[in-house]
Design a protein around this ligand. Structure first.
Ligand SMILES: Nc1nc2c(ncn2[C@@H]2O[C@H](COP(=O)(O)OP(=O)(O)OP(=O)(O)O)[C@@H](O)[C@H]2O)c(=O)[nH]1
Ligand SMILES: [Mg+2]
Length: 193
């Protein structure tokens, strides 16, 4: 798979724009501001492909990036953004519910969790949902660059304890830590799909 052959296929804001074309999909899920768009840019080696912002709630559409005509990397809008209006929250849940529902193309979810703060209540809800729905997922523990060695070890151990069998990969879009491991997981999932 050529990691540099990538294009934005569609920014889907409506259910009828969701892609169901048979190609496997790898989705990045997580709360707003956890670093999904940054991780995508890091993985694809492109600084500004997915929009990154200091303001949470930047990504409000489901953005499909087609990779080498082999799969889609899908940047999902973040959850848990308190300053969003009720109407915006409803749009979020309608769209993401539709995304996850009966999506047999979904090969893997990269669930992002901030390594510094650990899983939020919304993250816990998401983890339970993925587990109960039987959706294959791994956790990228983001912003690993922000922690000193002691806290990193401590927080990673706590996260691993919480996740059990599910792998937790320390990840940083700043340093590139974890990117190769993430790629191995992505390529493994696409290969099996
Ligand atoms: N130190 C550090 N900062 C990061 C990292 N990843 C993202 N950030 C910062 O965190 C903020 C949010 O990053 P985004 O990638 O836009 O987060 P997102 O999950 O896509 O957010 P939404 O689109 O709102 O759901 C930005 O200011 C990034 O620069 C990282 O690995 N390390
Ligand atoms: Mg984003």
């Amino acid at each position: 798979m050529n990691r540099h052959n990538v294009e934005l296929t569609i920014s889907a804001g409506r259910k009828d724009q969701l892609i169901r074309d048979g190609l496997p999909q790898i989705a990045l899920s997580g709360r707003s501001n956890v670093g999904k768009s940054s991780a995508l840019n890091k993985l694809l080696g492109r600084k500004h492909l997915a929009r990154v912002s200091a303001q949470p709630g930047k990504t409000v559409t489901i953005n499909y990036f087609c990779l080498d005509k082999a799969c889609y990397l899908v940047d999902l809008p973040g959850y848990g953004f308190a300053r969003r209006s009720e109407a915006e929250k409803q749009v979020w849940s309608r769209l993401t519910d539709a995304y996850f529902r009966e999506n047999s193309q979904l090969a893997l979810v990269l669930q992002l969790i901030d390594l510094k703060t650990g899983p939020s209540r919304d993250d816990e809800t998401m983890l339970r949902f993925l587990d109960e729905a039987g959706i294959p997922f791994v956790v990228l523990a983001t912003k690993a660059d922000k922690l000193n060695a002691t806290n990193r070890k401590k927080n990673l151990a706590a996260l691993e304890e919480r996740l059990g069998q599910i792998p937790a990969v320390p990840f940083s879009s700043l340093t590139g830590e974890g990117a190769e491991t993430a790629w191995r997981l992505i390529e493994g999932a696409v290969g099996q799909a």
